[in-house]
Design a binder for this molecule. Structure first.
Ligand code: UDP
Length: 249
């Protein structure tokens, strides 16, 4: 039984969060750190699904700018997410977490195909799931995959893990010392203000399905566990706005 307030969550880990301080690719200590945080969540009895990004290795939109056909470039991006997924799977397994990677693109020698009912069965058996290859379709992002999988598996919340940003701000806190962090927002407000939460397709999907999001800094130790225990960290985006802007960074 879960000891916190959530029973099943979807964690979105961007490629950047697995990149750590490296300029490109995977930073093994960052992956190990993320795995430890997920391990703590599983020890609380929470069912965790993880959607991994791929932007630390490949982004379709960037390759397109260099002249590559977009559809092909996006399939390459989806393969990048599989590399990240395998790396995270390895770190989780080394901690003793029972984990399965399910990919939206069939690649049977590497991982199981994504089948929703199979994912639900894995949860029943107490396993953690990594969802790889995004939605399996070009012109989409892993943020949209995260919203989609969260809705499909009945997650109570979508946790958007950030690296060194502790929520959603009204402007970039790295360049504007006056930037204000929101403690809560509603989905429509986040869309209308074009805040840097996730892309609008993904955010609309969360709104239409009344899926709350929490944007938080995964790289502050124990933040994930604290959120799962109900601490109001980061920025919560839901159907209801609770409070206003709270603080500067
Ligand atoms: N991608 C895609 N369809 C999807 C998810 C991802 O085509 O459903 C491709 C797209 O090219 C994207 C890349 O995979 O640029 C990496 O994903 P994303 O940019 O979402 O990763 P993140 O920003 O989370 O690291």
């Amino acid at each position: 039984m879960a000891t916190g307030v959530f029973h099943r969550v979807l964690l979105k880990l961007s490629g950047q969060s697995l990149q750590g301080n490296e300029g490109y690719g995977i930073d093994v200590p960052a992956v190990q750190y993320a795995a430890r945080e997920v391990f703590s969540a599983t020890r609380m009895g929470v069912e965790v699904g993880i959607v991994v990004g791929g932007g630390n290795i490949w982004r379709g939109s960037v390759a397109e700018k260099y002249g590559m056909e977009r559809g092909t470039a996006d399939y390459a991006g989806m393969l990048a997410t599989v590399i990240n997924a395998l790396s995270l799977q390895d770190s989780l397994e080394k901690l003793g977490v029972d984990v399965r990677t399910l990919t939206a693109l069939p690649m049977q020698s590497v991982a199981e195909p994504y089948i929703r009912r199979r994912a639900l069965r894995h949860f029943e058996k107490g396993r953690t799931i990594i969802f790889a290859a995004g939605t399996g379709h070009p012109y989409m992002t892993t943020d949209t995959a995260a919203a989609l999988r969260a809705v499909e598996i009945g997650a109570e919340v979508l946790l958007m893990a950030k690296n060194n940003v502790d929520g959603v701000y009204d402007s970039d806190p790295n360049t504007n010392p006056e930037a204000q962090r929101f403690s809560s927002l509603d989905h429509m407000e986040a869309i209308n203000k074009r805040l840097d939460v996730m892309d609008s397709t993904a955010l609309s999907m969360c709104m239409d399905n009344e899926l709350p999001l929490i944007v938080f800094d995964l790289f502050q130790p124990d933040n994930l566990a604290r959120i799962l225990q109900g601490e109001p960290l980061g920025t919560i985006i839901s159907g209801e706005k609770q409070r206003d802007v709270v603080s500067t960074k």
